[in-house]
Design a protein around this ligand. Sequence first.
Ligand SMILES: Cc1cc2nc3c(=O)[nH]c(=O)nc-3n(C[C@H](O)[C@H](O)[C@H](O)COP(=O)(O)O)c2cc1C
Length: 460
Amino acid sequence: MKIVVLNGSPKGETSVTMQYVAFIQKKFPQHELKIVNIVPQIRQLASGGQAFDEVIETIKSADGILWAFPLYVFLVHSNYKRFIELIFEREAKAAFQGKHTALLTTSIHFYDHTAHNYMHGICDDLDMKVYASYSAEMRDLFKEKERENLLQFFNGFFDAIDRDASASKLYLPLIVNGSEYTPGTAQVAFDTEGQKVVLVTDAEEQHTNLNKMIEKFVSHFDVNVEIVNLHNIDIKGGCLGCIRCGYDNTCIYSGKDGFIDFYNSKLRSADILVFAGAIRDRYLSSLWKTFFDRGFFNTHIPALAGKQMAFLISGPLGQLPNLRQIFEAYTEWQRTNLVGIVTDEAGDSKALDQALQELARRSIAYGKSNYIKPATFLGVGGVKIFRDEIWGHLRFPFVADHKFYKSNGVYDFPQNNYGKRLRNFLVGWVIKLPVVRKKVYSNLMITKMIEPYKKLLSKL
Ligand SMILES: Cc1cc2nc3c(=O)[nH]c(=O)nc-3n(C[C@H](O)[C@H](O)[C@H](O)COP(=O)(O)O)c2cc1C
């Protein structure tokens, strides 16, 4: 059978993900795996020439489609996202409808699930028959057990195509409430006490609600909020995945376009940072995705740490918990404080007025007191993945990360706590004595657990 592989790596076939595809091709020579490199040819695909139609014709001729892509900042690469937008824009859905499909990613398992959820939603929107998804750690191919796993997955996929197996959808179509926002006339402006507020957006003229939300929101600050539209930033292209930034955070685009200057001068100098965008398919626009990908020149260093962050979103975010999680996780691993996310989806102008005013008020108040709420699992778990990777496998090429992690206490391995280790060793032996065990695993456990807290409270 013929499987069309939609390659989502900027590196084309010189990519880690494509080595997994090469392995599958080797093991299943009876099937043809035809690779289409989407990311490097996005300009041609978007240009309106024949390139897009050719890809669609190739898709039509396939028995199955494999979306094979590396994880890029919680999702797919910005150009892959653009390709997805083009499918809907150019009404090419019919080519995908009813096709069997599977997802294959390589990553370090940092928010691989949000990328898979997103792509599964897109496949459901395209009425495809999703077999399943497979998230390989980028080094899995070197492990025999993982190779066997991968073969089983593809055996299952080919078999599902053969049997024309049924597939159930996971995601319902989005329902968009198109009601127009009419802002109230009341004027309340809060004293920012010298804090710098920067709002980044990709709003276009047709984004009426988003533009009105921005206007209303910024009116609540007694200073001029700096509004930067991503359309006005000179961005020459998406992230190339070259890791030139790994050594000292110097991007290959440095001096060639305006992105790095914009990021360093506008974003880094802000105390309150607001991102405003409209939902496009199940994420924001591919331009926003370019912003997030290109921000990777900071590698795994939380370059925005300490800032207050807020989001103004036009569109059905309530139906996209996956996207909400991406926003929450992004702000948490960056060690910023997510003040809130305000959307227009309820269609209630008065409530939206109040929400925007409250968001402005809280941003200022939290900024004044430098409040950063504790991270949840999203931030804590994510940072632990980075910590282990930068300590181990990824120390080279990410030299700058290692320096930063060392001098900022990110290497908080429990193994380094020698006092705790000694205590655990001794207690481990003592607890083997039945008489001690009986005493400890009794009421004593609960009272002993709070003893240090009691001591602390009596001192405070
Ligand atoms: C700019 C950039 C962003 C990345 N974002 C993520 C991410 O969010 N989560 C993750 O687990 N890995 C992330 N990675 C790691 C890649 O997904 C991983 O190295 C992948 O195997 C690369 O595949 P490729 O060679 O096919 O492009 C990122 C890598 C780069 C260069």
